[in-house]
Design a protein around this ligand. Sequence first.
Ligand code: LLP
Length: 446
Amino acid sequence: MNLSGTICINGQGHLEIGKCDVVELAKTYGTPLYVLDEDGIRQKCREYLDAFRSYYPRYKVLYAGKAFSTMAIFRLVEQEGLGIDVVSGGELYTALAANFSPKNIYFHGNNKSMEELNFALSAGVGQIVVDNPYELETLAQLVEGRKKRVDILLRLTPGIETHTHHYIQTGQLDSKFGISLAGGAALAAVKQALKYRRLKLRGIHCHIGSQVHNSESFALAARRMVEFLAQIREETGRQLPELNLGGGLGIAYAKEDNPEPIALYIRRITEAVKAACSEEDINLPTLVVEPGRSLVGEAGVAIYRVGAIKEIEGIRIYVSVDGGMADNPRPALYDAKYKAILANKAARSPVQKYTIAGKCCESGDILIKDAHLPPVEAGDLIAVPSSGAYQYAMASNYNRLPRPAVVMASQGRAEVIIRRETYNDLVRYDRIPSSWGEKESLSLVM
Ligand code: LLP
């Protein structure tokens, strides 16, 4: 089995992450549990920066916080020299709570509220990535009386379809995001942006999709964006200094996934930008990328405890675990495929196909349809690798399941970075209308 970072099988035949035995982690912290391989995330950050260092003179790497937005990860990527992109006031707040330097925060979103824009402005974020003409005008009004100019990028849709699930394609013409390159809308927005004295248009942005396995479409997008930079220069006399190509590089979930390595992806997009700049005779812009999944995805492992096992003769064996679509909605939402490891018997050979079912009251709550595993018994631990991105971030309390704990593991030490929710957390926002009067309270058993 292909495991990344420090994730391996130890001498006891147990899964190990950051030199911590997963069987012990499950005992200490309970299940379901998300374990992050700290060194694995650091390694991915370095792969991005090292590749840029080899291939391109001016660059920035931003972690797309939406993949897993939590204070410890923001702190970690800042230590590694990355900026971040945030897409809401809540993500911005999380970053500021982690003391993230505001100037390295880019603020995205297709419908930022007035309140969020004001928050971003007063926090002093580095850049606002403007998604549409309405936002451009709103922002221009908000910054009217300010002394300092505000750096902005314009998000564009270059009209490129990627080979990924259509829910996570974003670069095509028919998208809710960005201003279309086709039909002159983007050029009109650029001209408009250049008129506002308090806004400083630094460049253009695109993000064509997520979980994309090869750089062909990224290179195509890069070329179109550079051509547009050249067109902007021709029409306005201005060469904008920054080109942000978004995120989107895929990771391996199941064995058929074969994403391009980070270094090759960076090489290909930088080559495309350099070639297009030389053809169009423009200066190399500062190149920015915003990876999310490829930084944290493979570093995360979800650990579940097996409960009921149901065999339907000749059809399938259901293995029910103590988590499911509440902590990982991706299989239900995108038909996402995963593999599983029996964490407490990781060295044994697979003998049987099992269907790993979650515990939500929904037939659709199936985490993995055909997991090849050694014989599974109640009490075993199922580990699902590549669980670091868009799982905890999209987790819910459906069926009033408390969200799991998350621990960061490195060098034999594990620390909680998000504590497990309690039942008390679940009712903390509930209110019973006071007009209904009081009911004599029964003391809760738990
Ligand atoms: N930049 C922008 C503007 C984005 O919209 C995204 C992802 C990224 C960067 C980071 O993309 P990444 O490198 O992580 O692919 N919930 C879905 C993924 C949605 C991605 C949304 N935007 C999933 O679970 O697959």
